[in-house]
Design a binder for this molecule. Structure first.
Ligand code: 5GP
Ligand code: ZN
Length: 114
């Protein structure tokens, strides 16, 4: 989508600190990190949120979680644990309307979230 921030990052029109990239998926550091490791993992294809995820694109979610697991291992988080978050829609606290998963780690996480 032409006016979408994360589509622009995926197309390299806006710079980001990319930590992983393949044909379908990109992972980059969050600009406002909430933990020592805070990485956003997105499909390059524009999907607004989980509500708008179609059956045909379900395999992308498996791919994204495979990459999250891989990056968490590379960052040394797999022994101590980490958190994966998807904010969906207004009450879910989503601020960028392009599907993304937060990988957060390197500090103790609390529950319930705010
Ligand atoms: P949401 O609130 O939609 O779940 O998460 C959006 C995330 O995108 C936030 O954590 C925010 O800091 C991050 N973000 C917003 N704009 C940019 C940007 O231009 N570059 C990067 N790398 N992250 C961004
Ligand atoms: Zn987009």
């Amino acid at each position: 989508m032409s006016d979408c921030l994360f589509c622009k990052i995926a197309q390299k029109e806006i710079p980001a600190q990319v930590v992983y990239e393949d044909e379908k998926v990109m992972a980059f550091n969050d600009i406002n990190p909430q933990a020592p490791v805070h990485i956003l993992v997105i499909p390059k294809k524009h999907i607004t949120d989980l509500v708008n995820l179609e059956e045909n694109d379900l395999s992308l979610i498996a791919e994204i979680f495979k990459i999250i697991k891989q990056i968490a291992g590379e960052k040394g988080l797999d022994q101590e644990g980490y958190r994966v978050v998807n904010n969906c829609g207004e009450k879910g606290g989503q601020t960028v309307p392009h599907l993304h998963f937060h990988l957060l780690g390197g500090r103790q996480m609390n529950w319930p979230p705010g």
